[in-house]
Design a protein around this ligand. Structure first.
Ligand SMILES: Cc1ncc(COP(=O)(O)O)c(C=O)c1O
Length: 379
């Protein structure tokens, strides 16, 4: 039996809801999207939340909302999915790429601060794989240099910083609903903010530039140049069915991650990259022990990663690299709208050594045992 990397959580209730939407004839964005947004807003405890077509379009919209464009610099980490950085050139700004820390794979806060110039307007740190960022450090940098923070929280629904769910710490936070994430709508994204003004602008932008305020509801009025980033009722029906189980889904991921940690601790040739229950705050300076990882990905570091990945796949166990080192890819080389600051040695190390293991809701401890046994055999 093959063990996949991920498996979306699809229940009969979700299938019934999708059929209900199909039969209603109301397929585009509508009441089911609203219910999905409201449910997630309550869960995250943020002031404004809107669904969009992907995290990538959400990040691009966030930059536009902050009026970022030509002449501006946006600092991003090197070890991330390309979308984090690509959105800067997409709006005409420069992506300034800095290294990450090898311990937690998150942006190196010292490198970030050193890369700030008078042209820096925004930082886009990434809570990679579901690891919460250190907002004590980020807010100190933000205040000192008068910057905006857009969190690329593509992987981070349900994670917490100091007991508070991610989604309200940054100026704008962007989540992904891609199937690698445990709440998925096939494709999709979520944008949150505490700012009325930014929310109003973004809500208009994603609806063709329509004036979305109550005052002008009587007649349709277009107040901005906008686009179409609507998430359909059909997609929202899938996400809504998963949101009803979010606490159980998240608890299960943490349980599975803890199982892996217990099985892999002290295994020669494996370095753990995540934090056990008692060490959860090891990724930040806070001492509250209240930071919570959402384990979108459980990854370890191994030598000879590519050989191990090939062998594991041949055994029917789907493993994957962690993510990408942007500076190694052509899109980010010799590009006037990209600047690589530093040698990126930690990012490159993570790119060569990180291995993501299967993690999904109905993965059993027995299947985890099989993953670990085969992994040890490969080592
Ligand atoms: C860190 C990060 N940012 C952005 C994205 C892009 O998300 P989406 O596929 O929803 O556009 C991903 C996708 O995996 C990601 O991992």
């Amino acid at each position: 039996m093959k063990i996949p990397l991920i498996k979306p959580f699809i229940t009969q209730e979700i299938k019934d809801k999708v059929i209900e939407v199909l039969e209603s004839g109301y397929l585009t964005e509508g009441p089911v999207t609203r219910e999905f947004e409201d449910t997630l807003k309550d869960y995250l405890g943020c002031k404004h939340l809107m669904a969009v077509t992907s995290a990538t379009t959400g990040l691009e919209m966030a930059l536009r909302a902050l009026n970022i464009g030509p002449g501006d610099e946006v600092i991003v980490p090197d070890y991330t999915y390309p979308a984090t950085a690509s959105v800067a050139p997409i709006v005409g700004a420069k992506a300034v790429i800095v290294d990450v820390s090898r311990e937690n794979m998150l942006i190196d806060y010292d490198a970030l601060e050193a890369a700030i110039t008078p042209r820096t307007k925004v930082i886009i740190p990434v809570s990679l794989f579901g690891a919460p960022l250190d907002y004590d450090r980020l807010n100190a940098i933000k205040e000192k240099h008068n910057l905006y923070i857009i969190e690329d929280a593509a992987c981070t629904i349900g994670a917490e910083f100091k007991g508070e769910k991610i989604g309200r710490q940054a100026d704008i936070t962007v989540f992904s609903l891609h199937p690698r994430k445990f709440i998925t709508t096939g494709e999709g994204g979520i944008v949150t903010t505490q700012s009325d003004e930014l929310a109003e602008w973004m809500n208009s932008y994603k609806h063709f530039g329509m004036d979305m305020t109550g005052a002008s509801r009587e007649g349709i009025h277009f107040s901005n140049i906008g686009t179409n980033y609507k998430l359909t009722n059909l997609q929202a029906a899938v996400g809504l069915g998963q949101l009803k189980h979010i606490d159980a889904l998240l608890a299960k991921r943490i349980e599975l991650a803890n199982n892996y940690e217990a099985m892999l601790r002290n295994v020669d040739g494996i370095t753990l990259t995540h934090f056990s229950e008692k060490e959860r705050c090891a990724n930040c300076t806070c001492t509250s022990k209240q930071c919570k990882h959402s384990y979108q990905t459980f990854s370890i570091f191994v030598e000879d990663r590519d050989r191990i990945m090939t062998e594991m796949r041949a055994k029917g166990i789907e493993v994957q690299i962690g993510t990408y080192s942007l500076h190694m890819h052509e899109a980010f080389q010799n590009n006037p709208l990209v600047e690589i600051k530093g040698d990126m040695k930690n990012s490159l190390w993570c790119y060569k050594h990180a291995l993501a293991l299967p993690l999904y809701n109905d993965l059993t401890p027995e299947l985890q045992e099989r993953v670990v046994t085969e992994l040890k055999a490969c080592l």
